[in-house]
Design a protein around this ligand. Sequence first.
Ligand SMILES: CCCCCCCCCCCCC/C=C/C(=O)SCCNC(=O)CCNC(=O)[C@H](O)C(C)(C)COP(=O)(O)OP(=O)(O)OC[C@H]1O[C@@H](n2cnc3c(N)ncnc32)[C@H](O)[C@@H]1OP(=O)(O)O
Length: 246
Amino acid sequence: MASSEEDGGGNGAVEEKENGKKKKKLGALATTWLIFYNVAMTAGWLVLGIAMVRFYIQKGTHRGLFRSVQKTLKFFQTFALLEVIHCAVGIVRTSVLVTGVQVSSRIFMVWFIAHSIKQIQNEESVILFLVVWTVTEITRYSFYTFNLLNHLPYFIKWARYNFFIILYPAGVAGELLTIYAALPYVKKTGMFSLRLPNKYNVSFDYYYFLIIVMFSYVPLFPQLYFHMLRQRRRVLHGEVIVEKDD
Ligand SMILES: CCCCCCCCCCCCC/C=C/C(=O)SCCNC(=O)CCNC(=O)[C@H](O)C(C)(C)COP(=O)(O)OP(=O)(O)OC[C@H]1O[C@@H](n2cnc3c(N)ncnc32)[C@H](O)[C@@H]1OP(=O)(O)O
């Protein structure tokens, strides 16, 4: 059975008071919208997860799995662009930059890799990042929902701030291996590339762009990972900044 926040070892009463204060500042409209958004996203990723399990049980193979779930994936992952707006307008206390990198890398994987390069859709690495994203998002959005409703079961809070330790590197491995698998097709077809001479007098090579994207994980991923480790210390180990009453 789910235990309440108080069972988690933190000071439940203080946390609840803080939560209440934050929500008052957030405003009823913003809170209602965020609850709706997070419930919709939890449901969307749950549907995706169930569809993947059903597909695998029925077919006994991962081949064709991406094709069968792609519409749901594209819809909910693209919808997540709203998260950048939430940060930009200040209804969510998260950095626009951190959220922007996270969301844009996902959108890029969905639309400019997995959707555009059909030949790689059956790679095991695609299934790896799909499974990892699904587990992550079900946990993350249900965490936000219960938190906004002031009824956060401790195991969801624990899962939110522990699963990523393994899931983040696993997801990144899935994404990098998928981009790597796409390289030969991109080189062969010259897709999304612009060769000289052309009327704009500019050239763009998608193949080298993908290589640059792969290298950009080296400086960017540790920043996201350490951000999450800091969040983990703050939320699970009480490094909380207590704000004064207005
Ligand atoms: C053009 C091509 C570009 C390519 C670029 C390539 C470079 C790529 C480099 C790296 C790529 C990474 C790829 C990622 C892969 C994966 O996802 S793998 C799967 C594992 N992933 C994770 O575990 C994801 C972890 N990341 C996140 O959770 C977020 O994306 C985040 C932005 C990093 C989260 O940070 P943050 O929001 O700061 O943490 P929280 O503690 O959850 O939230 C902070 C506060 O904000 C509140 N909040 C946030 N969102 C909501 C919401 N939707 N609703 C309500 N409230 C929200 C939250 O409650 C916290 O509030 P306070 O407690 O009051 O502070």
